[in-house]
Ligand binder design. Structure first.
Ligand code: AMP
Ligand code: MG
Length: 477
């Protein structure tokens, strides 16, 4: 069956310095594991049988109208600059303009080697593919800007990591795959014309009101500030906030060793490769600012006299911590039912978090209990999360006094605090089942996480027992 999608490929129309054109590598025996039909509709993709979808979204067949390519980029990885990264295991099939008028990339991840693969095999295995599928869709349902998952296919080939694992391909959908690292590669090489062209492209695609590179910087800083605050508000730890994993669109990208907090601990790190805690939960705002400083540095290189722009760029980057703080306060304020959180309210929020940390309180369940406690005694069940009940009661008294100034705090809280998140142990359980051929846990997670604020599958709210707790996550490439 032919698969004819209304591709409209703007990136492939850029000059060849930006990418390498090549087709995905065919696979042995494509099989469709999961398909996001609602998203497919939005992308204006045609309906097709499973065999056709498996062939297209495993890279077996290139659909009509696609212009497959691997994108070039660079990036700081854990603070060290790598002058050339690029899509080493991903192929951009092309773009469509959706029923909502939004242009999106359709990209295969795990689709075989490219000139940017370096030492890797260009493949992915089932675990990280399903992990990204579930977590990115959960983030979307939480209202957090993110790339999305369109399809997961098995390749019918083995992938060799520490053991032999089933090969898989994820089809990722993004507003674009432009990263801070895309600017860095041309800035580093002194390719000013390409840098200017990339700037124009990014502005046209994401921030059409921006006038020039500094305006673009301002817009990206604003988007990233909102994004980081949103992550913090659901206890999300990205895990690899390298500049190549930091988008210009402000979407979350690259779900490698990411994880959600169970019990609250500000300096939590899950990623096994993050030895220094660079990307710890509480460090994410600082890293976002650091990443924006790298973007600023790169953008400046296109100016006739980069030094002339330094002052403005510095001002923009220096404004970012306050932006994040404001966004953070709004997000956490909403979780406590406070519509216009003041500086004093910020102390109320931090004091709660401190109490949660000493009690190892479950992040999601504490806020859920605060949001959904009986209307006349908010927080009554949240109390169970705390070891020092007197301290919690004293805090709750302050909070209730403050709540008296609000008109609809419970609605606000319930819209700001999800009941379920993709807990690490559930993700691991789901992957183990999928390897054994059982997709029921995957389906269950997708169903519950698609409706995280109102799901009735409350069994998924349960934190891990000590035996179930996942101490570390892996990049899993
Ligand atoms: P990531 O961890 O996805 O941000 O990837 C960092 C860099 O490593 C990118 O250039 C990837 O394309 C490359 N890479 C990651 N995994 C593989 C793989 N299995 N084969 C080839 N390149 C890879
Ligand atoms: Mg990456």
């Amino acid at each position: 069956m032919r698969f004819t999608a209304p591709f409209d490929n703007s990136y492939a129309a850029l000059p060849p310095q930006f990418y390498t054109r090549l087709d995905p590598t065919p696979v042995a025996a494509p099989a469709l594991l999961a398909y996001n039909s609602a998203l497919a509709k939005r992308l204006r993709l045609p309906e097709a049988d499973d065999a056709t979808l498996a062939a297209v979204f495993s890279g077996q067949t290139v659909p009509d109208g696609a212009a497959p390519l691997a994108q070039l980029y660079a990036g700081h990885q854990f603070g060290n600059f790598n002058p050339q990264l690029g899509d080493g295991r991903a192929i951009l099939l092309g773009e469509t303009v959706g029923t909502d008028g939004i242009r999106r990339d359709i990209q295969l991840k795990g689709s075989g080697p490219t000139p940017y693969s370096r030492m890797g095999d260009g493949r992915a295995w089932l675990g990280p593919v399903l992990r990204e599928y579930v977590i990115s869709e959960a983030m979307h349902a939480l209202g957090i800007p993110t790339t999305r998952a369109l399809a997961a296919t098995l390749t019918g080939e083995d992938v060799i990591r520490e053991t032999v694992l089933p090969g898989a391909v994820l089809t990722r959908v993004a507003r674009s795959h432009l990263r801070v690292g895309t600017f860095q590669v041309f800035a580093h090489r002194g390719q000013r014309a390409e840098l200017a062209q990339l700037t124009d492209y990014a502005i046209a695609r994401h921030y059409p009101d921006a006038r020039g590179p500094m305006d673009l910087l301002r817009a990206v800083c604003a988007a990233q500030a909102e994004l980081i605050a949103a992550w913090m508000s659901v206890g999300f730890i990205h895990g690899v906030m390298n500049t190549d994993n930091c988008t210009i669109s402000g979407e979350t990208i690259d779900y490698g060793p990411c994880a959600f907090l169970d019990s609250y601990f500000a300096n939590q790190v899950f990623s096994s490769i993050d030895q220094m805690g660079r990307y710890a939960y509480s460090n994410q705002p600082r890293i976002a600012v650091w990443n924006m400083a790298q973007l600023a540095t790169s953008l400046l290189q296109q100016l006739e006299d980069p030094a002339a722009g330094v002052e403005e760029a510095t001002e923009i980057v220096h404004a970012m911590p306050a932006r994040i703080e404001t966004a953070w306060r709004a997000r956490f304020g909403a979780k406590l039912g406070l519509s216009q959180p003041s500086e004093e309210d910020a102390a109320l929020i931090s004091d709660l978090l401190d109490l949660m940390q000493s009690a190892h309180a479950d992040f999601t369940n504490t806020f859920d209990a605060l949001a959904r406690g009986p209307a006349d005694a908010p927080g009554s069940t949240a109390r169970d999360q705390f070891t020092d009940r007197d301290a919690f009661d004293a805090w709750a008294t302050r909070w209730q006094a403050r709540l008296a100034q609000e008109t609809t705090p419970h609605e606000m809280m319930q819209a700001a605090s999800p009941r379920v998140i993709p807990r690490n142990h559930r993700i691991e359980e789901m992957i183990a089942a999928a390897i054994a051929g059982d997709m029921a846990p995957f389906e269950r997670l997708i169903t519950a996480l698609t409706d995280p604020f109102a799901t009735t599958d409350l069994d998924l709210m349960r934190p891990p027992t000590p035996a179930q707790a996942v101490p570390a996550t892996f990049c899993g490439t």
